[in-house]
Each structure stands twice: as structure tokens, then as C-alpha cells.
Design a protein around this ligand. Sequence first.
Ligand code: NAP
Length: 503
Amino acid sequence: MRRMAALPAHVQVAIVGAGFGGIAAAVRLVQAGVRDVVLLERGDEVGGTWRDNRYPGCACDVQSHLYSLSFAPNPDWSRTYSPQPEIQAYARRVADDFGVRERLHLHTTVLGAAWDGATQRWQLRTSRGALTAAVLVLAQGALSEPAMPDIPGLDDFRGPVFHSARWRDDVALEGRRVAVIGTGASAIQFVPAIQPRVAALDVYQRTPPWVMPRHDRAITAVERAIYRRLPVAQRLVRARIYAWRELLALPFQHPRLARLVQHIALAHLRAQVADPALRARLVPDYVIGCKRILLSNDWYPALARPNVQVVNDPIARVRPEGIETRDGTVRPADVLIVGTGFRPTAPPLADAVHGRAGTTLAAAWQGSPVAHLGTTVHGFPNLFMLMGPNTGLGHSSVLYMLEAQVAHLVGALRHCARHGIAAIEPTRAAQAAWRDDVARRERGTVWTSGGCASWYLDRTGRNSTLWPDFTWRFRRRVAPFDASEYAVVAPTPAHDAPTLVTA
Ligand code: NAP
């Protein structure tokens, strides 16, 4: 095994996480002349969610020409919607090609961070020792903490139990009876992939999702040759996909339009499921878009196969030999796979990051995360979040959002360097205005009036996950750094109360 490089005692910028957010931040910072950067990554490779999600059938439901970093186009995508191994290989290549790897510390879990007002540095505790950083970038991703369902008896199940984001290649599924809990974006990809291999497949569905056709195709060798020789052609394709996807924001904003889109999904269901009884169980009861819209051509056909049962009765408990539903039926299973999603609104690091008053992010948020421009937090100097609150999307590429946030980060550091400022944070007023602005934008959208409960909502019922508008509006607002929304944080003598000086 290669010896791991020791952590430096101090760096200018410490980035937590080496997924696309961490990679983009490192590349852009170095390009801007900020070279003293490290990435602290708990895993054994870069790639984040694309490293962790290796379940059969895993792919991105945003076209690859758009789901890639603007500064690293990939002319070699094999399909319009590329599979996970290709996206992961792309992340690795970008890390190699743009000098990220030399700044990367793998197997390094950040355990906690505290702002030290006297030195104006973040003090970081990691699984491989301590370091300090002038600037802390949290790029650990929104979908990095798998959520196990809170179902009685889960621990007593006799066979293997695993989450889709922690796929067990060592568990053979051939000829086994498999139970799947969940019918979200992950399950609709792995269920069709495993269905032909298993003896019996019970799919436990709590809420039927809306499913639209997926227009995927191979990208031809000729197209790839054109993109390699004529990069502008690929940029034009990217722009066309971007513009089309921006239009998709409209149904989210106008539920009446969303109801029209529902007809396409219902026609898709009718075309793919002949059995009216099964079809009836697959019709969603909320407005399309309220939860993530899923794209699949093989989900419904898989559910209609003779070895698959869609179970709508709510789960009562897990028994050692199978799953018991509320009507008292116990369906035996050998393997239990949970596709129950993630916890984006309660990231564990929020309990371990302490700001200038000593409070944690979790305490400041009280269950409802908020960050100015989704990126910076009042009370937490020199802290930048990528994929922070209200930066997720239902209709386009989150990499586009990430790059706007990275531009903000670079602008902030440039401003500080130019003016000799050691520490900044957003003013309370700016952050509150942003929160109100997001709330105003989402009024009347499918997320507030669509009649569903989704992971977009936090425990207070507020959407603290999604950006409810066009992505170009986010970029226009977030990418430029506006110093008037920030305050300079003055150093504090050790143990003194910190003071804020408005710039
Ligand atoms: P998800 O969308 O949150 O779906 C979780 C599923 O598990 C839902 O069907 C949910 O039912 C069900 N569930 C949760 N707890 C349950 C319980 N206690 N009992 C029974 N059912 C339960 O999770 P995901 O499928 O992993 O996807 C999460 C996100 O990852 C997506 O929204 C998307 O942003 C991203 N993703 C993207 C891609 C891609 O192609 N780009 C692929 C996979 C994932 P309810 O609906 O009733 O809550």
C-alpha cells in the first residue's frame, strides 16, 4: 500500500470531500492562484456519490454533456445518460488532469471543526490528526449519508440487509428471494437490473413515483470524433440540453402545467403495464414534480414480470424470515435491500462544526438548514458550503449550481486578499433576505402545493433542499461576490466574546 502523506499543520483552504464539489473547488482555487489547498476525503477514492453508489443499473438521469464540469468537457461519453462507472472514471480523470490528486488526503475523516477567533483559523480534527485552515469548504455532498428506515425488527432479519448506496457485491442474488423497500430514483434503477437474476422479488412501495420515458441512446463514434476535434460542437449540444432543461423548471413553478405533464407519464404507464390492477397501484396521488420525477423505460416492465410482486400494504415489521405487512401477511425473503434514500437536511458534520460563538451549525439551524446563497452561514466565518441548503435541483444538473458556488468562493477569497481581510461572514440581514427570497420564489410551486411529503422538506416542513427557480437565476445571483452582504470578522483575544465589524 502507498504510504499516505502526512497532513500539513496549516493550510489556507481545507476542503472536506472529494466529490465533484471538492474537485471543482480545488481546480478553480488553484487556477485563481490559491495553491495551498488540501482535500480531506474519508473514502478511498475521489467521486463522492458516484464512488459510493455502485448498485446494478446505476446511471445519471441528467444528460452527460450537461452533467459534467464546464472546464472539463468529456468528448468520450458513451451514452446520452452515462452509467455510473463512466461518471466515476470521469471524476478520477479530472482529479488527475487538473492536479487535484497531489492535494488529496484519502482515508481522512473530518471529525470536527471549530473557529478560533484569536488565530482566525479553523481548527480541524480528523481521523489522521489535527490541522488548521484559514478557510473551510464543506463539500461533503447532500446525498452522502444513507438513511436506513426505522422499521421494527430490521436488525433481526436472518439474511443480509444492505442499503443501495452500500451495495454488497459479495451477496449473491441469483435464485434468491429478494425484498426491496423503496421506489425512488435508486430503486427504479436497480430493480430492473436484478429482476432477471432473482427467483422472487417483492417491491415494497409506500408512495408510487411519477415515471417518465427515458430517451437514452448510444453516442456514435462519429459524434465523439466531432466533439474531440471540434469542442465547440459539444458546447452547443450542452447549451441545447441546458436550455431544454431550463424549460422543465416551468411545470415545477406552475402546478397547472405539471398536471399536463402528468398525461405523458400516465401514457407511459398505460403503454408499459397491461394489467389494470397493477396499473392502478402504480398511479401516484400527488402532483408530478412534488417528489423527484423519475426517468425509466424498464421500471414498469420489470414490475410486470411474473417473479415480481408490488406490495402496497404498509410494512408492519421485519421478521427474521421475511417482511410482515399490516394485514398480517409475512412474505419470506433471503435478502433485504433498502433503497430508502439519504438524509440531506441533517448532515452529521452539522453537529461537529462550531462557529465563532461556539454553537454548532445544527444548533444554529434548529432542524431547518439555511445558508446565505446556499453557500455561507452567519456566525461561521470563512466557511463555504457546496451543495448547501436550497441548492439542489429537480430539473437540471447540480454541477452547474456547484460551479456558481465555487465562483462565489473564489470571488470571496480574491476580495479578502485584495483588501487584506482575514475573515468574513454573511451579515444576518443578508442571510435572512436570501431565506425570504427563496421562500418567495417557491410560493405556489409543486413543492409547496403538490400534496406530497418528500426528502426536500426538513423536519420543520420547510423546503431547505431545492432551489425553486431557473438555474441561470441562481448563477446570476450567487456567482458574483457582493462584499456589501458580508461583514469582516475581527480577531478576538483568546476566550473573549467575538466582535463583528461591518465592512
Ligand atoms: P428517495 O428518492 O428518497 O426514495 C426513497 C424511497 O424509499 C421512497 O420510495 C420512499 O417512500 C421509500 N422509503 C423511505 N423510508 C421508508 C420506510 N420507512 N418504509 C417504506 N418505504 C420507505 O431515495 P433514492 O431513490 O436513493 O434517491 C435519492 C436521491 O438521490 C434522488 O432524489 C436523486 O436526487 C438522487 N439520485 C439520483 C440518481 C440519478 O440518476 N441522478 C439516481 C439515484 C438517486 P416515500 O416516497 O413514501 O417516502
